[in-house]
Design a protein around this ligand. Structure first.
Ligand code: ZN
Length: 325
């Protein structure tokens, strides 16, 4: 019965578009991926169509529909991408375009919100009423589950904490302003800081690890330098994790949410990073609230979180089902 119908879940990620055909238990039946290679605008829309063609073709099981997780502010009612900076999409009727071409129900959701839903449904032991899931990758975005449902706010942008200013005199952000949280605390910000530090101190453990890998820093190299106790790596991660911790304290103060999961590329930094985030969050809000809040690294396979969340949105809207593990 689990294979009586299939779903398509899609993740329009920063470096590649990927998708899966899954059964009603979320098990993969077919998958496809296409590298983005810097394409945006109409070219990126063409890539979505190509990805759909690969997933839909040769599929002999009835499809419930298509769920899409994409960066940006998404009007989930109409399926319109209001604004996605990295893809250069503005007021793009993505849901309608995909629906007309494939003649299937299509739901479009913000990728962080979709990933949050996946973490809430598939990642928690006990079903909490409320949960905040913060995605710390090249950008930063949160998804909020309130009273058991995805909370989107008045303009669908709930959880867009990555572009809240934390340093008014900070560095320029890709949104056009300065000192946003993601210019300080994202994996991209940390990797760039590490790159600058290597230019100044090439003999550090961080510098040597990077040199062994051809001179380029990745989040994994930063993680290894951190684990080795490199002072430059410690300083970079300390600065970034403090800002993230303070933003989390803001969420705790405002929502009194007890379950907070961190997902995304930065989680590769592991315990040293997590502990700093936890400590700063605890220091920056009322202990009455923070001592009951658990900040932890998410449990859903990061490579599948957006796809599973997009499928969950589809199932909820189309069949009225809340999927279970
Ligand atoms: Zn910004």
């Amino acid at each position: 019965a689990d294979d009586s119908r299939h779903l398509i879940g899609v993740d329009l990620g920063e470096s590649e578009f990927s998708g899966e055909v899954v059964n009603l238990r979320g098990e993969v039946r077919r998958s496809a991926r296409i590298p983005l290679d810097g394409r945006d605008g109409d070219e990126a829309v063409e890539l979505v169509h190509r990805l759909m063609d690969e997933l839909v073709e040769a599929n002999d099981t009835p499809l419930v529909g298509i769920g899409i997780g994409t960066p940006g502010i998404i009007d989930t009612v109409s399926g319109t991408v209001r604004w996605a900076v990295s893809l250069n999409w503005q007021d793009l009727p993505l849901g309608r375009l995909i629906r007309e071409r494939n003649e299937l129900p299509v739901y479009v959701a913000n990728d962080s919100q979709a990933a949050a839903l996946a973490e809430y449904i598939f990642g928690t032991d006990r079903r909490a009423n409320n949960m905040a899931v913060i995605r710390v990758g090249r950008g930063i975005g949160a998804g909020l589950i309130l009273n058991g449902e995805l909370f989107q706010g008045d303009g669908f942008g709930a959880g867009e904490i990555g572009h809240v200013t934390v340093d008014p005199d900070g560095v320029p952000c890709r949104c056009g302003r300065r000192g946003c949280l993601e210019t300080v605390a994202s994996s991209r910000a940390m990797v760039e800081a590490a790159q600058r530090s290597i230019a100044e101190a090439p003999d550090s453990a961080l510098g040597r690890l990077a040199a062994e890998s051809g001179g380029t820093v990745t989040i994994d190299i930063l993680a290894r330098a951190l684990a080795a106790g490199d002072e430059h790596a410690l300083r970079i991660v300390d600065h970034a994790s403090r800002q993230l911790g303070r933003s989390i304290a803001g969420l705790i103060g405002m929502l009194d949410v007890h379950r907070i999961a961190l997902i995304g590329a930065a989680t590769a930094l592991g315990t040293p990073w997590l502990e700093q985030v936890q400590a700063e969050a605890a220091r920056s809000a009322l202990s009455l609230q923070t001592r009951r809040s658990v900040v932890e690294i998410g449990r859903v396979d990061p490579a599948r979180a957006v796809v599973l969340g997009a499928c969950a949105v589809l199932l909820t809207r189309e069949l009225g089902l809340i999927p279970t593990r």
